[in-house]
Write a protein that binds this ligand. Sequence first.
Ligand code: AHR
Length: 489
Amino acid sequence: MNYIKIDLERHLGQIHPHIFGGFAEHLGRCLYGGIYQPGSPLADERGFRRDVLAALHRLQMTIMRYPGGNFVSGYHWRDGVGPVADRPARLELAWRTVEPNHFGTNEFIQFCRQLNVDPFIVVNCGDGDMREARDWVEYCNGTQNTTLANLRRQHGFAEPHQVKYWGIGNEIDGSWQIGYKTPEEYARAYLEFAKVMKWVDPSIKLIASAVSSWRAEYVERIQLLIEQAPDLIDYLALHWYVGNPENDFAQYMAVSELLEQRLSAIEGLIQAVRLQRGITRPIAIAVDEWNVWYRMQGTTREELHDLEEKYNLEDALVVAMHFNAFIRHARSVKMANIAQIVNVLAPIFTRPDDLFLQSIFHPFELYSRNCGRIALDAYWSGDTFSSGDYTALRTLDVAATLDDRARKLSVFVVNRSATQAQETTLKLDGGQFTGTGCAWIVNGPDLKAENSFTDPNRVGTTEASVTTRSTSANFTFEPHSVTALSFDL
Ligand code: AHR
């Protein structure tokens, strides 16, 4: 028997809607053949796949990161603006291919407007320089009579794009990156890039590339960055990918501990440096690349398979645990971008004439639809499991949110038992349930169940009702499931 207790007055922090972010890179079939397929009967007049847009709309994403990823460290934005026929095809070294540059800044902005998401552009801090970065800000956001703002107007965009979120470099701590930088080199480059970009448009928010290599010297890297550019960092970007290469379900489910450890460590580090240096400005965390990625790994194109990972039910549970962690760390995690959105490590998988929704689509939809604006400090106890060094891990992984305007409580629960349903009593403090609650359950026949073109609904969402009594409710969570409970208060 499990027990979840929620006190409506115990707030952990405000949840930023940007935790439901996406990421679209020039990589494999994410853009070309995913989002963008001009000439296809499925595409609109701009070349955007209507079916893909409709599926993305269901996810209610809020922000989109672009154009990379590793790609951006060799990308020069001028190649991707102006008449398509005049754009150069370039050798692309990050993924060893040829980039036609048919999709560029303006196509990206139009895509964001269509999806109603905030654009988030990462500048090239690999083989690009600060002049190119500041010029990109001016091209996008310039309002004066300057050559770059006029170039945008000449390209058909009279109004500024008003891109507010700008990342400086991608995974700059990794040897695989074009233009890898040591902590000292990056802190120095960041400061100079950030300075001129903000001078062009002081309203922009800047994201520093902090950690992707979790075994490298990230403590030193973050300390240097904050010390050298305390007034110019709005977010520190973290990246991670997780997986189940050993095919050990319990070990995979214990990934929640890794997420907690990493987020708590970075929160503590930011706090420590701010305290030591008397920095009063807040610095948030942006987990601007995260997902499951372990199957399509390697160094050659053949091994990588354009990163077209096929996801199963256990991956969907792991995606849900990410959202639980982001909610529990709502005070510091102000942005998170699933990597990526279509075909490449993605919840949506296309072929020229169709698409299907991968298992991980369903938890994303569940959370973005039901998440309130306030993270609540849920207490829970009950059945446990062990994995390796971890003992007494609670079988349920829980997060709770409050929508204070609509007076709605949402409780998100991942049942990490492969075989056991989990009977649970929910107790409420500081309010009362009114009427019957609703449950949306993501599940499938077994842990390895996947969706495909031939069987698109093996993993999906079902609905049930939840009986309530004043301040309590009972619910039995299905084995290997993700559930969102929603209650009117
Ligand atoms: O999302 C795929 C790749 O993963 C990105 O290009 C890179 O930033 C990360 O290593």
